[in-house]
Design a protein around this ligand. Structure first.
Ligand code: PMP
Length: 357
């Protein structure tokens, strides 16, 4: 559904219809100029050739320093999506299962399905502020469980896993010898402190991206921090598929890291304003929502709603959102992405309230 709505929205736009796009996790801000300049300089210097399938050393070293790991533990990927796909592809061998809290980012489920891996979902609810019940998580694990996927902060709820819960999850995973794949693509722009899976040592996997923090979605650059053997396997997979992330893109990513704090602060504050605005509009309605801990999303609930039908009705009115069913069994929920300017958020939310009435 996530990708279906996105295609339909693009089609309507190409026919000249104006759509307020609250459906995509694609920031409206342009990529900062310094990053674009760094790519251009790199291209002018001839960095337009094939290169290492593990990534450029300079970028890997910078990331290794940032995460206090060795350069051998870092692999650069075409967006974090490829890192996630590669890791699931490599680790979910036949008969193994993966535990995923819901609501989840759609691609985890679609990837597992495409690999014919068994998925075990751990439901969380708005009523308990989307908290993960660690006992229930433990019950889902068996001898065949290979991975637990955590998304912290979460898309679509924008909730951060509190420290105590994360401590407990890591303890369970360690006791049972299961790897956590922690997707932390929103952590650098989170409104609240987040703890990384790497804060617990190097037994688990971190996946991150340049897309969200630096408004670089279309550049396709992300990375994973994993054990050396897995870096080698991911590198081999890159060799037979995409070869390498373009070197000029990696040099732009290096520039982005140099400016990380300044850019992340700017993006975070912009989204904090947008989230405050959206919450204040929604608090006047019957829609239930929980206050986001991070950009970019709200995942409200409206009692009795069929969010798929609602999404299509709303699209006819010129507003795109994503139905809750794209993130698991959440028909009464819908996801609003705050990736448009404040005026459009205001107009879009007003339209949502009108159509709901
Ligand atoms: N993880 C999550 C939770 C996401 O929301 C997204 C993009 N929407 C990604 C990973 C993938 O981002 P990218 O491939 O651009 O790094």
């Amino acid at each position: 559904m996530l990708y279906e709505i996105s295609e339909k929205t693009m089609k309507l736009e190409s026919e000249g219809k104006k759509i307020i796009k609250l459906n995509l996790g694609d920031p409206d801000q342009p990529t900062p100029n310094e990053i674009i300049e760094a790519a251009y300089e790199s291209m002018k210097q001839g960095k337009t050739k094939y290169s290492s399938s593990a990534g450029e050393n300079k970028l890997r070293e910078k990331l290794a320093n940032l995460h206090k790991v060795s350069v051998d533990n870092v692999v650069i990927t075409t967006g974090s999506k490829w890192a996630i796909f590669s890791l699931m592809f490599l680790l979910l061998k036949k008969g193994r299962n993966v535990v995923i809290p819901t609501p989840y980012w759609t691609a985890y489920e679609l990837t597992a399905k495409s690999l014919r891996a068994e998925t075990r979902f751990l439901r969380t609810e708005i009523g308990s502020e989307w908290k993960i019940d660690v006992e229930k998580l433990e019950d889902l694990i068996d001898r065949k469980t290979r991975l637990i996927i955590l998304n912290n902060p979460n898309n679509p709820t924008s909730k951060v896993i509190d420290e105590k819960t994360l401590d407990e999850i890591v303890q369970v995973a360690n006791d049972k010898g299961i790897t956590i794949l922690s997707d932390e693509v929103y952590s650098d722009i989170s409104f609240v402190e987040t703890k990384s899976v790497l804060d617990y040592g190097n037994d688990h996997i971190l996946v991150k991206s340049f897309s969200k923090t630096f408004a670089m979605t279309g550049w396709r650059v992300g990375y994973a921090v994993v054990e050396k053997e897995l870096v080698e396997k991911m590198m081999k997979l890159n060799q037979i598929t995409l070869t390498n992330v373009p070197v000029f893109v990696q040099e732009a990513a290096l520039k982005a890291l140099e400016l990380r704090e300044e850019i992340a602060n700017r993006i975070r504050e912009e989204y904090r304003r947008r989230a405050d605005l959206a919450c204040s509009i929604l608090s006047e309605t019957k829609v239930k929502f929980s206050k986001p801990d991070a950009p970019f999303y709200l995942f409200p609930k409206y009692e009795g709603l069929d969010s798929e039908r609602f999404t299509f009705d709303l699209l006819d009115e010129g507003v795109a959102i994503t139905p809750g069913t794209a993130f698991g069994n959440y028909r009464e929920h819908f996801r609003i992405a705050l990736t448009v300017p404040e005026e459009e958020i205001e107009l879009g939310l007003k339209k949502i309230c009108e159509v709901l009435e």
